[in-house]
Design a protein around this ligand. Structure first.
Ligand code: SF4
Length: 906
């Protein structure tokens, strides 16, 4: 029988509600929850394919212990696994003290999971060494809010997007990173053509495409821009002096500082026009409700906290906070980074927005937990934590639901630290992450669709997530693993684990967390699982007796500071940690693609999510390419003192000269290097300890690997493709350039690309043929030109092309990939796959996919329109534009070309 269960998308912090469709114990589909306030039924491409990423063959199903790292694990029972871990942690604590162990956890965990991890470290063991990948994502937003507004509380709601008169987007690209928020922005513009959109981004991003004003600032000059805008607000009389006087402190010292930030001076620092700075400030100060949206571009910086303070200053100076359509709105990266912040899941925080440095806060938490004290020594934040693992100060590290061997900057140093660690526990859903080979003990955790608990999205909205299917194999919920381990460790430390960890279900943990918030700014004492199920997702604060959550904070101008006033911070422009110089002249920026998520451990299992880009590309300005003798499609080595990566380059005019851009998703599972984070800078912000992941100074040089290789292998289904992907990815290390990925939809392809300095010999080719199932000569067409070292092979089964190996020359790979995925190469034309020209036969029409969600191409749309179709029939027949909506402008443009009247009506 089919059923639907309410849950949330496990990707970004928009926190879209989903309905998971199940049949028996299997997840068979997903759709947007029409009742969820965050998305009202909409989903982006990633969310709409969640169910396809739910059945990875690399799923961890049993605890595994390794005698040697990197070797296959031996299956052990949960008792054996957790006793072994408890023995190792207890021995380290006894011998070297509580700070010799650490926990590195994740914004993907449920709030309840986070809570018990925090209590395990700070309450049972007596160390504050518990940090999270949210340190890489949101800690500057936390510190920025606290320095200015007094508490880590985004004051806005998604409803404010609809009501804004001007939207200032800085260091964020919601078109790809928060697609449903971007849909809200598009809706706001459609409803209010006068809405002004300003985007500050060093790159002409997808979001910048819809901006009325794009400020393509130099990387790391955000503070100069914000101070410059404040200068204009002051000089043009756009400051709300009454608001500043009644509700803030510290304006005068900052006003003195920003006197020097004239539009002309700032234009020089930021590399943009002075008139644009004035225009941005005027729109911000004159048009009514002003809303800022910002994310990693501000946070992932060695001065991320002050970047955040700078944008918040603009709101405090103009009184644009606490009103409909106004406020500084930090977009959360991960699905439950907010929940982690609420329970104090960082090494400097305590439950319910309490500070570790505050003795009263420590005493309150100790009383709540029934322990004598919480340790006062700050724990290690992410970067320092792994440095301490490297030096041996931390002996045992427990990693849960995150992938530091991909996501942390300066990957060579991080991997050396993991290699040097005495003991590594990895609590994960899958065994094929870059971190997994470093683990001594692998513990199988439940994942999306299986987990239970609560999550909080960017607008402070808590959703109760239900398990849709039982835990597979012996996988356990994260909180269950922690509680079981904690009780075993407590016995070894002579503590009462049953009293400290009495929980029998996630709800009992939620109830304790709820009590910890009583009287705090995020008070949720009015909430319960039952209320969340009855009334739906709710925003905090929601104190006992309330009839609803708070849509907006600070409407009364009272802030959670000692005197109720917000603070201006005397901030100054500072250069990036990595300053480009003659040796490393290019500013390398990292970012996201719309259809991939983080390290691709989930989205990298769904073939159609590679259809947008199936190879990591380094985007560069045409002049920078030419200067290095490069053209689009060539290979280049990108390097700095931290690392080196070989990558294919692509011309992108949206970048200014001297800047390059690369997606952060590809790591060692999909290419032969750790990806862009091998180069990323691990300098951190002094307040938030967040590293400068967004920017690194690099040199880029042509690399001569003149012998290309491309293998396209068609598979019967996703399961077969994933099995081949797993078997073949070990070959990545054999080549100076190599990537592997998926492509297609119904009959997915595995796509392997490599390049070498010398031609491949016959044995290397034969080995590859064997890995990709192309060894059989029967039914194969072979083209070999030994003098030119070209060796091509096409394998067909029942008249269908199932595999192609192009060695020495791979010009045809583009159209072949498309033709194989669409199964449109007729049997008589298969030999053309190996033609020296590399050109497609006339029957194969080059096409562009317009709707990536429905895989609808311009050719298909054109055929429908030529047959008299309109927008409605396109949506009915091809389903294009009916999912995330990103392609609707393009589809409407095509409709307009065929039938202007119809388009106008639409
Ligand atoms: Fe998931 Fe997309 Fe919604 Fe983000 S915007 S929560 S990725 S469906």
């Amino acid at each position: 029988m089919k059923t639907e269960v309410k849950s949330t998308c496990c990707y970004c912090g928009v926190g879209c509600g989903v309905l998971i469709e199940t049949e028996g114990e299997r997840i068979i589909g997903v759709r947007g929850d029409p009742d969820h306030p965050a998305n009202r039924g909409r989903l982006c491409t990633k969310g709409a394919t969640l169910h396809l990423a739910a059945n990875s063959p690399s799923r961890l199903l049993y605890p595994e212990q390794r005698a040697w790292r990197g070797q296959p694990g031996q299956r052990v029972s949960w008792d054996e696994a957790l006793d072994a871990a408890a023995d190792r942690f207890a021995a380290s604590i006894r011998e070297h003290g509580p700070n010799s162990v650490a926990f590195y956890i994740s914004g993907q965990l449920m709030t309840e999971d986070y809570y018990v991890f925090n209590k395990l470290a700070k309450g049972l063991i007596g160390t504050n060494n518990v940090d999270t990948n949210s340190r890489l994502c949101m800690s500057s937003a936390v510190a920025g809010y606290k320095q200015t507004l007094g508490a880590d509380a985004p004051p806005c709601s998604y409803e404010d997007i609809r009501q804004a008169e001007v939207i200032f987007i800085a260091g964020a690209n919601p078109a790809v990173a928060h697609p449903i928020v971007f849909r809200m922005i598009e809706d706001a513009r459609a409803a209010n053509p006068d809405l002004k959109i300003i985007v500050a981004d060093p790159r002409r991003s997808e979001t910048a495409e819809i901006a009325d004003l794009h400020l393509a600032i130099k990387p790391g000059t955000d503070i100069a821009l914000f101070n410059g805008m404040l200068h204009v607000l002051i000089s043009e009389g756009l400051v709300d002096s009454d608001y500043v006087a009644r509700h803030t402190h510290g304006f005068a010292p900052l006003a003195e500082i920003v006197q020097r930030y004239t539009p002309e001076a700032v234009a020089e620092v930021c590399g943009i026009g002075a008139g644009d700075i004035v225009q941005a400030a005027q729109w911000f100060g004159q048009r009514g409700a002003a809303l800022s949206l910002y994310c990693q571009g501000l946070n992932q910086s060695a001065h991320g906290t002050h970047n955040n303070a700078g944008i918040i200053h603009l709101h405090l100076a103009t009184g644009q906070i606490g009103k409909p359509g106004a406020g500084p709105f930090s977009l959360t990266g991960q699905p439950n980074a907010m929940g982690g912040r609420e329970v104090g899941g960082l090494s400097n925080l305590l439950s319910a927005h309490r500070d570790l440095a505050n003795p009263r806060h420590r005493a309150e938490v100790a009383a709540l937990w029934g322990i004598p004290s919480v340790p006062d020594k700050p724990g290690k934040s992410a970067i320092d934590l792994f440095r301490a693992v490297q030096t041996g100060e931390i002996k045992a590290v427990w990693i849960a639901c995150t992938n530091p061997a991909h996501s942390l900057p300066n990957q060579p140093a991080v991997r050396a630290a993991l290699q040097a660690a005495d003991y590594v526990v990895l609590q994960e859903t899958c065994a094929n992450t870059d971190t997994a080979p470093f683990a001594d003990l692998l513990l199988p955790a439940t994942g999306w669709g299986e987990k239970q608990g609560t999550v909080t999205n960017s607008e402070r909205r808590i959703t109760h997530v239900h398990s849709a299917v039982p835990s597979p194999g012996e996988a356990r919920h994260d909180w269950e693993i922690v509680v079981d381990f904690a009780r075993r460790l407590a016995i070894r430390l002579n503590r009462d684990g049953e009293r400290l960890f009495p929980y029998t279900d996630a709800e009992s943990i939620f109830n304790e967390h709820r009590e910890s918030t009583r009287g705090r700014d995020l008070d949720i004492t009015g909430l319960s699982y039952a209320r969340l199920d009855r009334d739906g997702p709710q925003q905090w604060p929601y104190p006992a007796g309330a009839s609803g959550g708070a849509e907006r904070l600070y409407a009364d101008g009272v802030f959670p500071t000692s005197d109720g006033k917000a603070r201006f911070v005397p901030i100054q422009h500072a250069p990036t940690a990595d300053v480009p110089d003659a040796e490393h002249p290019i500013s390398l920026l990292s970012g996201r693609l719309r259809d991939q998520w983080h390290g691709m451990s989930r989205t990298g299992t769904v073939p159609r999510l590679f259809n947008l880009e199936d190879e990591p590309l380094l985007a560069m300005h045409p002049c920078d390419l030419r200067h290095r003798g490069l053209s689009s499609g060539d290979l280049a080595r990108v390097a700095n003192a931290r690392g080196s990566v070989v990558v294919r380059v692509a011309e992108r005019p949206g970048l200014k000269k001297g800047r390059a851009w690369m997606p952060m998703h590809w790591g060692s599972q999909f290419m032969n290097s750790p990806g862009v984070n091998a180069l990323a800078c691990d300098a951190t912000d002094p307040y938030s300890k967040q590293p400068e992941l967004k920017h690194a100074a690099v040199q880029i040089a042509r690399v001569d690997l003149p012998w290309p290789l491309a293998i396209l292998r068609r598979c019967a289904d996703q399961a077969e493709a994933l099995a081949l992907l797993d078997a073949a990815r070990v070959r990545l290390a054999d080549y100076p350039y190599a990537t592997i990925g998926l492509y297609g939809r119904q009959s997915p392809l595995v796509v392997f690309r490599a390049a070498t300095a010398e031609p491949l010999d016959d044995s290397a080719i034969a080995e590859l043929d064997s890995v990709f199932g192309l060894a059989d000569e029967a039914g194969a067409i072979i083209y070999a030109d030994r003098t030119r070292h070209i060796a091509k092979k096409a394998v067909a089964e029942a008249g269908r092309l199932v595999g192609v190996r192009l060695c020495g020359e791979s010009l045809a790979q583009g159209w072949l990939k498309q033709a194989m995925a669409e199964d449109e190469l007729d049997a008589g034309l298969i030999r053309l796959a190996l033609a020296p020209s590399g050109k497609p036969p006339r029957s194969v029409v080059a096409r562009n996919i317009v709707c990536k969600c429905a895989d609808a191409s311009d050719v298909q749309i054109g055929q429908q329109l030529a047959a008299g179709g309109n927008l409605k029939t396109l949506q009915e027949k091809l389903k294009c534009g009916t999912y995330c909506g990103a392609c609707l402008p393009e589809i409407k443009r095509m409709v307009a070309e065929y039938a202007p009247t119809e388009a106008a009506a639409a």
